[in-house]
Design a protein around this ligand. Structure first.
Ligand SMILES: Nc1ncnc2c1ncn2[C@@H]1O[C@H](COP(=O)(O)OP(=O)(O)OP(=O)(O)O)[C@@H](O)[C@H]1O
Ligand SMILES: [Mg+2]
Length: 221
């Protein structure tokens, strides 16, 4: 039996007294894309950050490749994040003192820094139509450009799990298609892709689609 890449077992999350996520269970297989839609404030970003081991659930477990990850200490969780998870945050978190190319290369800092990885960073940036911005700083880029830089960074090391929070926001339709294509293409190398989106067309292109409604995940597709 193949192990699921990621499993959520009855994940609940409350902020103070307010229940945001209620006993959510979900399995993610390698090479599949799951779209999650839902109202603003419904808990999609919260769910993604719990999947990415950035935040602890109030209750429930997370397993990654069969390993119980939710109860590991912070150092072990950070190792899993660095090695196995690519993030595209809703607010692109780039380092303002580094150039665009250096920001994209950041995940490779502790892993490897050969010529090949620099070339891959440049290829990704030109795929996202940013080849003329390699040596700019993040504060010199538009929101849509920053979002594509964050995506290039997340794709750099071909992580087994890719978590993308509204990745096509701030993009014109042509670029939104390019970004959606890159996310879905990551499946071909076995990456499990979770895409939070308000875009119904993108949700439709994923293998599965869930709506987060009043703390529950409801399968649409
Ligand atoms: N650190 C926090 N402390 C307290 N409440 C929080 C915290 N983070 C989020 N919330 C609340 O949890 C709810 C869910 O927030 P979340 O960011 O997960 O929503 P979302 O579905 O991603 O919304 P959007 O579509 O607007 O991005 C919101 O009501 C928010 O105010
Ligand atoms: Mg959000």
């Amino acid at each position: 039996m193949t192990k699921n890449l990621l499993e959520l077992h009855q994940i609940s999350k409350s902020y103070e007294e307010e229940l945001i996520l209620e006993e959510i269970s979900l399995s993610v297989q390698p090479g599949t894309a799951i779209a999650i839609t839902g109202n603003s404030g419904g808990g999609k970003t919260t769910l993604l950050s719990i999947m990415g081991l950035l935040q602890k659930p109030t209750s429930g477990q997370i397993t990654m490749n069969g390993l119980e990850a939710s109860s590991l200490d912070q150092k072990k969780q950070a190792k899993i994040r660095g090695e196995s998870i690519g993030f595209v945050f809703q607010r692109a978190r780039l380092i303002s003192s580094l150039t665009i190319q250096e920001n994209v290369l950041l995940p490779a800092w502790f892993v490897r820094k050969e010529k090949e990885i620099v070339e891959r960073a440049q290829q990704l940036l030109s795929y996202f139509e940013l080849e003329h911005r390699l040596n700019h700083k993040p504060q010199q880029l538009s929101l849509g450009q920053l979002r594509r830089v964050a995506l290039a960074r997340a794709l750099l090391l071909q992580p087994p799990l890719l978590l993308a929070d509204e990745p096509t926001n701030d993009l014109d339709p042509a670029l939104a298609d390019i970004v959606a294509g890159a996310l879905l293409q990551a499946r071909n190398q076995g990456t499990g892709v979770i895409i939070v989106t308000h875009d119904p067309a993108l949700a439709q292109k994923a293998d599965h689609h869930f709506r987060l409604e009043q703390g529950n995940l409801i399968q649409v597709k």
